[in-house]
Design a protein around this ligand. Structure first.
Ligand SMILES: N[C@@H](CCC(=O)N[C@@H](CS)C(=O)NCC(=O)O)C(=O)O
Length: 123
C-alpha cells in the first residue's frame, strides 16, 4: 500500500481499524511512519500455522519434536499411531512412510524431526 497517497483522515481510519495506538496529534509524515512501522511488523495479523504430528508416545524423535514445538510456543495436534491404528493408516496413505514422527504444517508434509528443525531454522 502506498501510504503517501492517503489523506490524514484515511491514515487515522487505518489506525482505528487496526487498533494502532498513539496516533493522535501526529503530522502526516510521522503518521505515515507510524502506520508503516505497524504494518511491517503486523503484530496482530500473523497467521498461526496448523501443525499436525503423527507420533508414537515412546519414540525419542517424537518426544524431541513435541519439546521443540512447545519451546517455540507452537500449538499442535497429535495423532498417536500405535494407540490409534486409524492414524497409522492415515499417515501411511498421506506420506508413504511408516516411521514417526511425520509432521504436517498447513497440510503440507514437512517430514520428520530433522526436517522440522531445518524448516524452523529457515523460517
Ligand atoms: N530421521 C527421522 C528419524 C525418525 C525415526 O528413526 N523414528 C523411529 C522411531 S523413534 C521409527 O519410526 N522407526 C521405525 C521405522 O523407521 O520404520 C526423523 O528425523 O524424524
Amino acid at each position: 500500500m502506498i501510504l503517501d497517497s492517503l489523506t490524514v483522515k484515511q491514515l487515522v481510519e487505518i489506525c482505528q481499524k487496526h487498533k494502532i495506538k498513539n496516533y493522535s496529534g501526529l503530522k502526516k509524515k510521522r503518521l505515515i511512519q507510524h502506520v508503516s512501522r505497524f504494518l511491517n511488523n503486523k503484530p496482530n495479523t500473523k497467521k498461526k500455522e496448523k501443525v499436525v504430528i503423527y507420533t508414537w508416545s515412546t519414540c525419542p524423535f517424537c518426544i524431541n519434536t513435541k519439546r521443540l514445538l512447545e519451546e517455540k510456543n507452537i500449538k499442535y495436534t497429535e495423532k498417536e499411531v500405535v494407540k490409534n491404528k486409524k492414524y497409522l493408516e492415515e499417515m501411511k496413505k498421506k506420506t508413504g512412510k511408516t516411521s514417526v514422527p511425520q509432521i504436517f504444517i498447513d497440510d503440507k508434509h514437512i517430514g520428520g524431526f530433522t526436517e522440522l528443525q531445518l524448516y524452523l531454522k529457515n523460517k
